[in-house]
Design a protein around this ligand. Sequence first.
Ligand code: ADP
Length: 214
Amino acid sequence: MNLILFGPPGAGKGTQAKLLAAKLGIPHISTGDMFRDHKARGTEIGLRVKAIMDAGGLVTDDITNAMVDERLARPDVAQGCILDGYPRTVGQAQFLDGVLTRLGRTVGKVISYEVSEAALVDRIGGRRSCPACGAVYHVTQSPPKKAGACDKDGTALVLREDDKPENVRTRMQEYAAKTAPLKAFYQARGQVAEVDGLGAPDAILAATLKLLGR
Ligand code: ADP
């Protein structure tokens, strides 16, 4: 089963992807996490994407597609995967179709998480991330046990560069211009299922699993 999690920045795709991956036993593939890992390791890709990512812009399709192409060819994805943050443009969606066809696979459902803009702004503004392990918290909704420190490794939590207000604005604009139109692309193929993205992560997971018949 190849699932695509769809929705604006802050919709909770990353949280749901982690829960779904554990439940379904298939890998979680987040292009945002992959790019952040490249940045942290200072790879050639990391150096190329740093400025655009920090500003909240989209990385070019050629860099993104090449990275996903390589990832989907690995054996752990043979039984399916959960794509989080990819595809984000119609060009990426067409590229993904090509890769999956070549591998003898298809896109299953596209789960679209529906969240109001006010909730998105609150979620992103309150989000704090661990720069060491990538764990994500929210100052009021899912705070760490000790304020400002990661539960897993004690590292001081940070507001991601692209979570700063001016950069969030750019991400929202990029979403509206380039990513939102993708919904119609998948709707035309009857693949989109909408889930209310407001509420507790466990309840949203349950709604998602129900849609998947699990
Ligand atoms: P969010 O969904 O909260 O915006 P992500 O972690 O998915 O955050 O992505 C962070 C950043 O990584 C994006 O703003 C963009 O710069 C880059 N990125 C991630 N996935 C893609 C993609 N599919 N195409 C282009 N850029 C991407």
